[in-house]
Design a binder for this molecule. Structure first.
Ligand code: ADP
Ligand code: MG
Length: 460
């Protein structure tokens, strides 16, 4: 299927070709024709599947002179991203976008709202403007983007209230990565006879992402992270932590260990957060250490690895997190550190994702893999004139073996150090996981036999 198969305006098709969108994604394929028909739509598809274009392209194509579209997004960062994306698509339609969020000038936003066809807003500020009567918009199209995140962030009531201010004669679209019940309920009240589009788990499982997990003890987390970073040598990665304190702690720790790492979390002021995101986008920062909330909707391409320093508590967060890599057809890897305390969370995640158990490489493994890489590289080299000249000059002073050894030395980037072994072997880990499963089953069944057996053993 191609974008030209849809009835999109020629200005849009031209632009898509320019920005290199070749093929519609699955959610785009399903949503675009239905939205073009004027139907309300509820669409569920994983993060990174192109939901912005799925609503942006058809709405831009349909929009008549004088009509307005309102997009509601959970965070300021997302509002900015969606706004930029729409503006990018709409280049040849001369579409204006206004981005509306808290903490920035009212006057400027009000002016932009008046002169823009697309308004992209966070719920709090939007409601504030509507309630105080400072703006009066009658959008023909209303889009709730990343609805599940708005629910998580406690915006449900605000959203319901916002709908009191928009006309009934409208087309409403709801996009979300997951579909928890309150969102389904909301959809029933604000959408009219919607078409439901679900890109099921199986279809969205991103074949480009390899998912691995490693079983370790709690006190091994930092060593394990460094060892895996040394081994995988990622060019651009995100390390997810559970708390802001962990973010600061790990970012400092990694910087201290010589990595270009920076933390990102909600307690940092807006200026610093923007600097960090920019640095990461521009490849000035190699490793971004972040909480789930801070990384919400972060749209950075070319992330090669996602590390779960701690497992997230719920499977949905896991899916959100790993969706930061393997984007736009590129390969990605998701790596999770798991302690026996986290086995329960692991088994919930394993219901929807396929994680392979791995062993953390030993120092010996790292050395061997480096050596193999260097040998491969050397065999593929076709020496230049300059190289030959250098060796000829060196031969006046050294024998060939010494010269070769010195060059080989130069190829090793850095010495790896640390403990010989970190974490559990596959055999140990499998045993621990099995034991924890058995214990849970016993507990669930209230298995008297095994309890008696244990107590008997204790008494003896
Ligand atoms: P989602 O909202 O589902 O998380 P986005 O709309 O943010 O996903 O899109 C993720 C990335 O993929 C963006 O950088 C976007 O420009 C890009 N993208 C979307 N659709 C396509 C497509 N059909 N071809 C190539 N890139 C695309
Ligand atoms: Mg999105």
């Amino acid at each position: 299927m191609q974008f030209s198969d849809f009835n999109l305006k020629k200005e849009i098709l031209k632009r898509l070709e320019e920005i290199g969108f070749e093929k519609p994604s699955l959610v785009q394929e399903k949503a675009i024709p239905v939205i073009l028909q004027g139907r309300d739509v509820v669409a569920q598809a994983q993060t990174g599947t192109g939901k912005t274009a799925a609503f942006g392209l058809p709405i831009l194509s349909k929009m008549q002179k004088g009509e307005k579209a309102l997009v509601i997004t959970p965070t300021r960062e997302l509002a900015i991203q969606v706004s930029e994306e729409i503006f990018r698509f709409g280049k040849y339609l001369g579409v204006h976008t206004a981005t509306v969020y808290g903490g920035s000038s009212y006057a400027r936003q009000i002016k932009h709202i008046a002169s823009s066809e697309f308004i992209v807003a966070t719920p709090g500020r939007l409601l504030d403007l509507l309630k105080s009567g400072r703006i009066d918009i009658a959008p023909k199209y209303v889009i709730l983007d990343e609805a599940d995140e708005m629910l998580d962030m406690g915006f449900l009531d605000d959203i319901k209230e916002i709908f009191k201010f928009v006309p009934n004669d409208r087309q409403t679209l709801l996009f979300s990565a997951t579909m928890p019940n309150p969102i389904k309920e909301l959809a029933k009240t604000i959408l009219k006879n919607p078409e439901f589009i679900t890109i099921t788990k199986k279809q969205v499982t991103n074949e480009n992402i390899k998912e691995y997990f490693y079983v370790i003890d709690e006190n091994e987390r930092k060593d394990a992270l460094i060892r895996l970073l040394d081994y995988k040598n990622p060019s651009k990665s995100i390390v997810f932590c559970r708390t802001k304190k962990d973010v600061d702690d790990i970012a400092d720790f990694l910087s201290g260990a010589g990595f270009d790492a920076k933390g990102l979390h909600g307690d940092m002021d807006q200026r610093r957060r923007e600097d960090v995101i920019k640095g990461f986008k521009n490849d000035k920062i190699e490793i971004l250490v972040a909480t789930d909330v801070a990384a919400r909707g972060l749209d950075v391409n070319n992330v090669t690895h996602v590390f779960n320093y701690h497992l997230p508590l719920d499977p949905e967060s896991y899916v959100h997190r790993i969706g930061r890599t393997g984007r736009a057809g590129k390969e990605g890897m998701a790596i999770s550190l798991v302690t026996p305390h986290e086995f329960k969370a692991l088994s919930r995640i394993q219901k929807i994702a396929k994680l392979t158990l791995k062993e953390i490489p030993s120092i010996e493994d790292i050395k061997n893999s480096e050596i193999t890489k260097i040998i491969d590289k050397i065999s593929s080299i076709d020496p230049s004139e300059k190289a030959i000249e250098i060796v000829e000059k060196l031969q006046n002073e050294y024998d060939l073996l010494t010269i070769a050894t010195k060059f080989a030395h130069m190829l090793f980037s850095k010495e790896v150090d640390g403990k010989k072994r970190i974490g559990k072997s596959i055999k140990e880990a499998t045993k621990l996981i099995q034991r924890s499963k058995n214990q849970n089953n016993d507990r669930r069944r209230g298995n008297r036999y095994s309890r008696n057996k244990n107590s008997r053993r204790k008494r003896r």
